[in-house]
Design a binder for this molecule. Structure first.
Ligand SMILES: [Fe+2]
Length: 322
């Protein structure tokens, strides 16, 4: 059965993004994992994946992550898409629902990408109106995720953390802090990733994402792309550590979408997120014992078990991982 009441938030431990190639293995072996997150759009039509997820839902806490609502669209939310999202939420009763601070629909055409918005009063009013409509329709607050950025808007009148804080204040939504996206944006646009996290309203952050990125060489210099196709980088682990020190332990997702590795690799990344959060948030007297667990992982340290609040970190696990 799920580890939490579906009406309550996610457990404050690490989970993984559930992708189709791993569904059969999860159903067969039911490995110990904190929780699972799925993309809403993959479950909006009946099919084998929907029935598999219904069975998985009996054993794991779920989070629903939308990628197609287009909260930045000036013409408003597509009501048909919103109705499909509501159907997914009603069917799977997720502990959390989240979407992106982005737009992806123009003149009824869905673009295969999440595109950024400027941070000004006009965009703020549009986004807040769309978030309020979404929350009204699905009858629950949602989390809004920061996007990775490759360009900035000259017309922006506020910094992204300020923009996000104002969204929270006006709509009552929460935030999904994607630490990898912050790092990628900071490298591409030249701002301080640590200062960005310091400026966010910590209490509003209900979930954290971790993922890998790739570095592309261009004539103007390297550009980082959040391709979700590799291990979390040491720099992003360091930023995650700082974020956890600032906001406390939060439900943390390992996102991996391209070049999908074996399930045990994802579980190993999740275990490292749990080890790091445990080391940071443990009482002072036990931090020394956990210190080695705070080191970033290497490929040879991929673990076969994941741990969370519901599967307390045993001394043996710490010894094996360190
Ligand atoms: Fe993310």
């Amino acid at each position: 059965m799920p580890t939490t009441d579906p009406r309550m938030p996610l457990p404050s431990c690490a989970g993984i993004g559930l992708r189709h190639p791993h569904m059969a293995e999860i159903l067969e072996q039911r490995p110990s994992m904190g929780w699972l997150e799925v993309h809403a759009e993959n479950y909006m039509n009946d099919g084998p994946a929907v029935s598999a997820l219904e069975r998985i839902r009996d054993h794991y806490t779920l989070s629903i992550h939308g990628v197609g609502l287009s909260l930045g669209s000036a013409k408003g939310i597509d009501e048909r898409h919103l109705a499909r999202l509501k159907m997914v939420c009603d069917r799977f009763e997720p502990a959390m629902v989240s979407e992106h601070l982005a737009w992806c629909v123009g003149d009824g055409i869905y673009l295969n990408d999440l595109l950024p918005i400027p941070f000004d009063e006009e965009a703020l009013a549009i986004v807040c109106r769309n978030i309020e409509r979404t929350q009204e329709a699905i009858r629950r607050p949602i989390l809004i995720e920061n996007l990775s950025a490759y360009v900035g808007f000259a017309r922006s009148t506020m910094a992204e953390p300020e923009f996000l804080a104002e969204i929270v204040r006006r709509t009552g939504c929460g935030l999904l802090l994607d630490v990898n996206n912050v790092y990628v944006s900071a490298q591409n646009l030249g701002f301080d990733a640590y200062a960005y996290i310091e400026a966010l309203p910590a209490a509003a952050i209900g979930e954290v994402h971790l993922a890998g990125y790739v570095e592309n060489d261009t004539p103007d210099g390297p550009v980082l792309i959040d391709n979700h196709g590799s291990h979390v980088s040491p720099d992003v682990w360091a930023l995650y550590r700082a974020a956890t020190e600032r906001i406390g332990r939060r439900p943390t997702l390992i996102e991996w979408d391209s070049d999908l590795p074996p399930l045990e690799t994802l579980m190993g990344e999740a275990m490292w997120a749990d080890l790091l959060a445990t080391a940071i948030t443990a009482p002072p007297q036990s931090r020394k014992a956990n210190r080695r667990a705070a080191l970033p992982p290497s490929a040879s340290q991929t673990a076969k078990v994941a741990v969370c609040d519901h599967h307390p970190l045993s001394r043996q696990h710490q010894m094996e991982a360190a």
